[in-house]
Design a protein. Structure first.
Length: 732
């Protein structure tokens, strides 16, 4: 019996070790911040690198929006050791299994990790056998008000329509002997007020949620054995900064300090009270164990492993980056997440400076077609907690969007636009600052975004799928989902009533005009992507009345058409393939597979638009259609190494670096190559090349997990939970 138990323990241990990702490592220091690696947890992200003997990191936290809706960084931290690392034995490691980063030469270590339960960053510097001194400098580029240049304005929600003289306001920085406190406090007036006025919503302003007014965020650096040494000035990349250096009081073998963060909507005193409360709750040993346990179980949820495969390694590295915002109040932004770095290493611009706060396409505005790709793969990964910041984002704003519908058109339903602010209104510049007299105040005057309202339905579907996958209680999301569906039903009847005597067509169907096929097929009549979205969500909600009023998708010349009619092509996305993904009306094992494949392979615009770059979905569609060779070709490009030292820092693509919708779309495609569901049937390796050895654990509906392996062209099913689902698996 004892030998049997030892054997069982050994087998379980091997299985656990298999599911723990390998440590990612560099053996030489970096040249600059573009050669940083991510580290984080909870809702905190850091870019860590070693340059000229110092260890540096940028610090970001979800939700740190200033008055202009720029997602500000919280500063840069520089750790200086009294003796540099030995270059012969230098290692910078991202220990994925435990969620921390360390720099070492085997004799001295700098260990950095973020608490997953509360916003605290821990830094430990230790040296073997001898004592040493350490300095840490807090560096800030926001020590004075700064007028944004024309290019810089794209980091905020004003973008190309910014008022003259727009400023990023300085932080408050208080350096005392025992630590430095840094914070940004928004005033009472922000871009929210400008947007409400622009969009003629002052009459309902007091009913609108405003997340920016008096928002206060920042933190405090403190170490018991550190004291203020002095002030410094310098320039990193193209940005001048000021620094405050803290030096260890005496040489020790181990030095430690913390950076405690706080964010609240209130007074500075309230913010300080929250910060103090968090500081007092720190129990380093306990917190480290909780954090490492969390990362251990995170990697046990799911995995994809293929020794020697850069694609699979990059999939895992990107999933780690997503895991760093598991507890955020706000979603991970598609255009850099928590891990942007100095912009001159992303693109060369004629004008500098662009500070480390810069990211293209704004910080508080959410581009829904991009955001969705970051969050769809969390279902098969079993990362349901990571879904919550994105679902709660829509929950927090949909009532503001309902106010739009009531005020402008006198009907119900949430009108959630494509480029939407974190307070539920259209983005200020995309709404249009040059609008003709009499132009409908509810519409965006923008060639790409006009009439694009259906992306919200993907996030509604994510909530419904989370319930189908794991039984998540989505009670609080149901009113939002119903409101999004109601908007389309009521608004298109409203528009038809404005044009004529009948609200429905001769067949009793809604006339979805004017509509939009994403940003591509404009002034569309019965857009295919909209119909597919409404049909799928309405069916999941058992909304038989709306289903009875929805028109059919147009099939023309044996292919899925983008719409019954459209007037122009504005962008380059193949919306005619949205019924394949995300709406899964066509695909392997589903009716009409030949029609969908014909569309993918022969539609002239689908061929013209084909690419692996950025948010392009072609790899996903190829996988969903069982086109293995095509999926292999595209995923090799999609999840291949990015242009920077950290291989999962893709981009900029169409957006910014690291391009999270690039990574998300690649992650979805890889999952679809490994596992798909059709009804109760689970398809294994439906588009995976038989010559690629791989092992995975992924999630399916009904609280199901599947572990399987493909080796030497042979499929092995390792484990299916619950065991009753074993009969539903098809391997050919």
């Amino acid at each position: 019996m004892k030998k049997y138990l030892i054997f069982c323990f050994f087998i379980v241990s091997v299985l656990r070790l298999w599911a723990q990702p390998e440590t990612y490592e560099w053996r030489t220091p970096s040249k600059n911040s573009s050669e940083s690696m991510p580290c984080g947890g909870g809702d905190v992200g850091m870019n860590v690198w070693c340059e000229d003997g110092d260890v540096l990191f940028y610090l970001s936290r979800s939700g740190c929006f200033d008055e202009n809706n720029t997602l500000l960084k919280l500063g840069r931290f520089r750790i200086h050791l009294s003796k540099p690392f030995n270059p012969q034995s230098f290692r910078q490691q991202l220990v994925l299994s435990d969620g921390y980063c360390q720099v070492t030469d085997g004799q001295q270590w700098v260990l950095i990790w973020a608490d997953v339960e509360k916003p605290v960053i821990h830094v430990e510097v230790s040296k073997e056998k001898e004592k040493t001194d350490v300095e840490v400098t807090y560096e800030s580029w926001r020590t004075r008000d700064h007028e944004l240049t024309q290019r810089e304005r794209f980091q905020c929600s004003y973008k190309f329509s910014a008022p003259k003289g727009l400023m990023t306001l300085r932080d408050s920085i208080i350096a005392k002997e025992d630590g430095i406190t840094f914070l940004h406090h928004n005033g009472a007036v922000t871009i929210f007020d400008a947007t409400v006025s622009q969009q003629k919503m002052d009459a309902v302003k007091d009913r609108l949620t405003n997340p920016l007014k008096h928002l206060t965020f920042g933190g405090r650096l403190h170490g018991d054995q550190f004291t203020l040494k002095g002030h410094t000035e310098g320039r990193y990349a193209s940005t001048p900064y000021e620094g405050w250096t803290y030096r260890s009081k005496r040489p020790l073998q181990r030095h430690a300090f913390t950076i405690t963060l706080a964010t609240c909507q209130g007074t500075i005193d309230q913010w300080q009270a929250l910060l103090t409360h968090t500081e007092r709750s720190i129990q380093t040993k306990r917190d480290q164990k909780v954090t490492r346990d969390w990362w251990h179980q995170f990697w046990q949820r799911s995995y994809v492993e293929a020794p020697g495969s850069d694609l699979v390694r990059n999939y895992t590295l990107f999933r780690y980056m997503l895991g760093c915002n598991s507890r955020g109040q706000w979603p991970t932004k598609f255009n850099g997440g928590l891990f942007t770095f100095d912009p001159e290493y992303v693109e060369k611009a004629d004008e500098y400076r662009l500070s480390p706060d810069y990211r293209n396409w704004g910080g508080g505005v959410h581009t829904a077609q991009n955001q969705r790709l970051v969050y769809w793969p969390m279902l098969k990964n079993g990362d349901y907690d990571l879904l919550l910041p994105q679902l709660d984002f829509y929950l927090s704003i949909y009532q503001n969007a309902e106010e739009r519908s009531r005020l402008y058109w006198g009907h119900e339903g949430a009108c959630l636009t494509e480029q939407i602010e974190n307070y539920g209104l259209p983005c200020y510049p995309e709404y249009g600052t040059k609008r003709p007299d009499g132009f409908d105040p509810g519409l965006e005057r923008n060639a790409w975004l006009e009439y694009e309202w259906d992306t919200c339905l993907e996030f509604c579907m994510m909530a419904l799928e989370a319930h189908r996958y794991c039984g998540m209680d989505i009670t609080k999301y149901v009113p939002m989902i119903k409101s999004c569906l109601r908007f389309f039903d009521e608004h298109y009847q409203y528009l038809a009533n404005q044009r004529g005597a009948k609200r429905l067509d001769g067949n009793g169907k809604l006339v979805l005009y004017p509509g939009s096929g994403g940003e591509t097929y404009k002034m569309a009549y019965n857009s295919t992507s909209t119909i597919a979205a409404l049909r799928t969500v309405a069916a999941a909600m058992s909304d038989s009345i709306l289903l009875s009023r929805l028109p059919d998708i147009t099939i023309r010349n044996g292919m899925i058409a983008p719409a019954l009619h459209y007037e122009r092509v504005q962008n380059t996305e193949s919306m005619q393939l949205y019924p394949v993904f995300p709406w899964r009306m066509y695909g392997v094992g589903r009716p009409g597979l030949d029609i969908a494949r014909n569309t993918y392979q022969n539609d002239s615009l689908a061929l013209e638009f084909r690419s692996h770059v950025g948010w392009k979905q072609d790899a996903i569609w190829a996988a969903c259609l069982g086109l293995t060779d095509e999926a292999e070709r595209l995923i090799t490009k999609k999840l291949g190494n990015g242009p920077h030292r950290f291989p999962a820092f893709w981009g900029p693509g169409f957006d910014w670096t690291p391009d999270h919708n690039w990574g998300g779309s690649g992650m979805i495609a890889l999952q679809e190559m490994l596992l798909q569901e059709v009804g109760d049937t689970i398809l294994l390796f439906p588009a995976w090349p038989r010559q690629w050895d791989v092992r995975f654990k992924l999630h399916a509906s009904g609280n199901t997990t599947v572990e399987a392996e493909l080796r030497g062209g042979q499929v092995k099913i390792i484990n299916v939970t619950p065991i009753a689902r074993r009969k539903d698996i098809v391997t050919e």
